[in-house]
Design a protein around this ligand. Structure first.
Ligand code: HEM
Length: 209
């Protein structure tokens, strides 16, 4: 059984890992949507068409591919966890560089997610890249692990599925009814424990008519 101390630690991990990550992702999503009216229009078109007049619930998740793509694309450009680390258990050679066992290795979501080798027009906010055509063919061939906002391997984020469903549904609930217009100016990310905006993000809420 877990000790009281371990239960406390697990609880703190869930709070930190489970709250700030998803809420920051949504802040970046609103920022990107505000700056990309074409994407915002496509998002609201999907929400109006799929949801009509009902509030989104878990069963709607699978029917909202564009909303899912908006969240995926946000996590690509602004991965709230932007750097992860691990220790090599075995020695290896990576890109010609010897990595002896015991070496601490860092990998950056930020750098990989914006690498033009893996993404067409890598700096652009283009949720369409995550969609498939009528034959189920992906719009873009994105290699596995070119997108890893939740890490990977045995220590992959435990909340991956939960976070995606939560972010998509919260976005759908709000975007269905409101536009959030983020005040003008570039908001730069600050690489703290998570990727934070460099200032308070002020938005004007407009109710959609
Ligand atoms: C957008 C939201 C989220 C992002 C970007 C995110 C990202 C990550 C990343 C990068 C890791 C480390 C993986 C590794 O080292 O390979 C991680 C671990 C973890 N995450 Fe998340 N996470 C998110 C949401 C959540 C939520 C909602 C929960 C819980 C409800 C959660 C619980 C955890 C836990 C418990 C771990 C530790 C897993 C382990 O070490 O075995 N995360 N997360």
């Amino acid at each position: 059984p877990l000790s009281d101390r371990e239960i406390r630690d697990e609880t703190v991990t869930l709070y930190i890992g489970g709250h700030e990550t998803t809420s920051s992702t949504l802040v970046w999503a609103w920022y990107l949507l505000s700056r990309n009216p074409r994407v915002r229009a496509a998002l609201t078109e999907e929400l109006d068409r799929v949801l009509a007049d009902h509030e989104p619930g878990h069963d709607d998740y699978a029917s909202l591919p564009y909303t899912q793509a908006v969240v995926k694309e946000t996590l690509r450009l602004y991965p709230t966890v932007w750097l992860i680390t691990g220790i090599a258990r075995k020695g290896a050679t990576l890109g010609g560089v010897p990595v002896p066992a015991g070496t601490r290795v860092w990998s950056s979501q930020w750098a990989t997610h914006r690498d033009p080798r893996w993404y067409r027009d890598a700096e652009a906010f283009r949720p369409e890249r995550w969609l498939t055509d009528e034959d189920g063919e992906p719009a873009e061939r994105i290699p596995e692990y070119a997108w890893f906002p939740f890490g990977g391997g045995p220590r992959v984020c435990l909340g991956t599925r939960f976070a995606l469903v939560e972010a998509v549904l919260v976005l759908a609930v709000l975007a269905r009814r409101h536009h959030l217009d983020v005040a003008a100016g570039e908001i730069r990310p600050v690489p703290s424990l998570t990727l934070q905006p460099d200032r308070e993000v002020i938005a004007t809420v407009r109710t959609r008519t």
